[in-house]
Design a protein around this ligand. Structure first.
Ligand SMILES: *Cc1c(COP(=O)(O)O)cnc(C)c1O
Length: 360
């Protein structure tokens, strides 16, 4: 038996046909590709954080329920005790948990273009994934197409990123509500960019038994920690909790997230600075000949380049030391599109200067 036979007999065909999620090497580059918060903490905050970490008992397993962090999150984000809450090692892990819990015939539905992990994880588990095109004009939900797809595919889960990644917009609220009401399965509102959006479905949890709201601390400024959570109907959260690995949230993450969330003033200032910069970058992008930037309620901006120029511009920026995200390989509505994360004022200026060079 050859080595490749050995591999192909060992693994499921879904696994064999996947390509690994690839992250570009950013060493030495201005990093505007991954929606990270560009700001660090002031020295006194770092000091207080280290004091809290010092007491961590690394010889002991972490609290499997993350009770202290859970209480903090409920308090800060106003999630009443009647709803269940579950933590994941990033919200990516929660997406995986949700999908692992489904029956093998389950179908997953999400708008397209959307967050790539919904599709990637569905495929890795052998589940059928249906991407329903957004409206080409404004990237909003095509409600008739969504309702028709719900009727036809009867999806077990619908994912709606709110704001959407990679387009940056908030979907029409009434369309989202109609989807929640029509769906026979779960609707997961993925609020990864909530800190920049001023909009949320958390307040609607009580109105719909099939609604779950998912959040992450990654885009807020704690991408290195890996902490996401999902809240909603306690019976549904209870089922997910059975397949969660008992110690998925390590002690250092639990302590650090609790500490950071109690420093809400600092994150409020950083978030405000990012939103202020977002409008400057948006205006600057739209002043370039041939560039169209789309309005964003997140910490990144999607923009369209002249026909077939996305990859050359992306490469030119990279050679000038700026890494953004090239969406052209995804094709479809994104064929001529690039996405930049909002960085510090200096980083954004470096990006705009490099873009100007690449266009001349
Ligand atoms: C970044 C992102 C996530 C993943 O967040 P992690 O908590 O870092 O795993 C989930 N959903 C959307 C829409 C995102 O853009």
């Amino acid at each position: 038996m050859t080595e490749s036979d050995f591999i192909t007999q060992l693994f499921r065909k879904e696994v064999l046909s996947l390509t690994a999620y690839k992250v570009n090497d950013a060493s030495g580059l201005i990093k505007l590709d991954a929606m990270e918060n560009p700001y660090h903490w002031p020295e006194p905050v770092v000091h207080d954080w280290l004091v809290r970490l010092k007491d961590s008992e690394l010889n002991r397993y972490p609290d499997p329920e993350a009770r202290r962090l859970s209480a903090t999150i409920r308090e800060i984000y106003g999630i009443p005790d009647q709803f269940g809450i579950l933590f994941g090692n990033g919200s990516d892990e929660i997406i995986q948990l949700l999908l692992m819990a489904l029956s093998p015939e389950a179908r997953i539905l999400a708008p397209d273009p959307g967050f790539v992990m919904y599709r990637q994880i569905s495929h890795s588990l052998g589940l059928e994934y249906c991407g329903i095109p957004l409206r080409a004009t404004d990237f909003d939900l095509d409600l008739p197409a969504m309702l028709e797809a719900i009727e036809r595919h009867r999806p077990s889960i619908i994912f709606l990123a709110y704001p959407n990644n990679p387009t940056g917009n908030l979907f029409n609220e009434h369309a989202v509500l109609e989807i929640i009401q029509t769906a026979k399965g779960l609707v997961v509102i993925d609020e990864a960019y909530a800190p920049f959006a001023n909009a949320s479905f958390i307040d609607r949890l009580g109105r719909f038994d099939n609604l779950l709201v998912m959040r992450t601390l990654s885009k807020l400024g704690l991408a290195g920690l890996r902490l996401g959570y999902i809240a909603g109907n306690p019976d549904i959260i209870g089922q997910l909790n059975k397949i969660r690995l008992p110690y998925n949230i390590n002690s250092l993450t639990q302590v650090t997230a609790d500490f950071a969330l109690r420093n809400s003033v600092l994150f409020g200032q950083q978030t405000q600075a990012i939103c202020d910069e977002r409008s400057l970058v948006y205006d600057a992008l739209n002043r370039f000949d041939g560039i169209t930037a789309y309005p964003s309620a997140a910490n990144f901006i999607l923009f369209r380049t002249p026909e077939n120029r996305a990859t050359p511009i992306f490469e030119s920026l990279q050679s000038q030391g700026v890494l953004i995200k090239n969406l052209a390989p995804q094709g479809g509505l994104l064929k001529n599109c690039l996405r930049t994360t909002i960085g510090t004022p200096a980083e954004n200026q470096a990006f705009l200067t490099a873009l100007s060079n690449s266009l001349s």
